[in-house]
Design a protein around this ligand. Structure first.
Ligand SMILES: O=C(COP(=O)(O)O)NO
Ligand SMILES: [Ca+2]
Ligand code: NA
Ligand SMILES: [Zn+2]
Length: 305
């Protein structure tokens, strides 16, 4: 059933488990994510970025809404990395039940003002809001933030920010970054900082850039002809520790993309004569479903629906 993001995340933080926010751009990813959620009896968040909406348009938004409504587990439909008030209004009009306004690259006062404005609009129509404070290292959706400018989230600032904006959940920067190259070897996650933030911010916390980029998946992608450098993701133990400290929403996109693309490459390589898309998109869909199920087990959301 279609619910707000806060309905899913409030319970998750209170009971100490995490809920996956999985990005989707098409029918196959959406089906894979929802089938996994139903099989695991897990709540789930379907995340659409602005790029996904540009790519899939009303077709994607409608498909996502309909399947979320029919789902036998709680599902929130979420705008990932909303970059402007206008973008959020479009998502609200499309029936999204959770929206992110990401103004973390702006100065504090601008972030507060812009986030507050979105909170008023979203709350007026019963939708809950994710905001972000602090800057992930690596490439953000609309700004390249290199290591030296990467500003991790300040706990005291976070408390004030949430009080002044009324946002429902908060994306924090504690060392993660988007994409497949999160650092050399095991990325450093600032758990003490997270602990201090969680002590001052009772709202559910959000971890962006949380993909594991598992070696076996990287190998499978390479073996099928994919090219990827020294990729490194977030260690499962760091995810579990972050959840124990107050992270309730964990964003996963890269792992799904790697799995899907590896299987499409395998399908095309296996039979050059094949030109029925279902023959290589079907197995790719199954691979995404398996990744989602394993993430739900790691997050502890299995059976929580
Ligand atoms: O934060 C993410 C996804 O992060 P990954 O690239 O680690 O999957 N989406 O908003
Ligand atoms: Ca950001
Ligand atoms: Na998000
Ligand atoms: Zn993100």
């Amino acid at each position: 059933m279609l619910v707000t993001g806060l309905e899913i995340l409030k319970k998750a933080r209170a009971e100490g488990y995490g809920v996956g926010a999985f990005n989707t751009n098409n029918m196959e990813f959406t089906q894979a994510i929802l089938e996994a959620a139903e099989e695991m009896r897990s709540p789930v968040i379907l995340a659409l970025s602005e790029g996904a909406l540009k790519y899939g348009g009303k077709a994607l938004a409608t498909l996502v809404q309909e399947l979320a409504r029919d789902a036998r587990v709680p599902v929130a439909v979420h705008l990932d990395h909303g970059s402007s008030y206008e973008s959020v209004l479009l998502a609200l009009r499309l029936g999204f039940t959770s929206v992110m306004i990401d103004k973390s690259h702006e100065d504090f006062e601008t972030n507060v003002r812009e986030t507050r404005r979105v909170v008023e609009a979203a709350h007026a129509v019963g939708v809950t809001v994710e905001a972000e404070l602090g800057r992930l290292a690596g490439i953000e959706e609309h700004v390249a933030v290199d290591e030296k400018d990467a500003l991790l989230t300040n706990p005291e600032e976070a408390r004030i920010f949430m009080e002044r904006t009324g946002a429902d959940y908060l994306a924090v920067a504690i060392g993660t970054s988007h994409g497949a190259y999160k650092g050399k070897g095991r990325p450093f996650i600032d758990h003490p900082r997270l602990e201090r933030i969680a002590a001052l911010v009772p709202a559910p916390l959000v971890l962006h850039g949380a993909s594991a980029v598992p070696p076996e998946l990287v190998e499978r992608f390479r073996a099928a002809g994919g090219e990827i450098g020294e990729a490194a993701g977030i260690h499962p133990e760091d995810i579990k520790k972050a959840i124990a400290l107050g992270v309730a929403k964990i964003n996963t996109d890269t792992d799904l993309r790697l799995a899907f693309t590896a299987l499409v490459r395998e399908g095309l390589n296996k039979n050059p004569k094949e030109f029925d898309p279902r023959k290589y998109l079907g197995p790719a869909r199954e691979a995404v479903k398996e990744v989602v199920k394993s993430r739900m087990e790691l997050f502890g959301s299995v059976g929580k629906a």
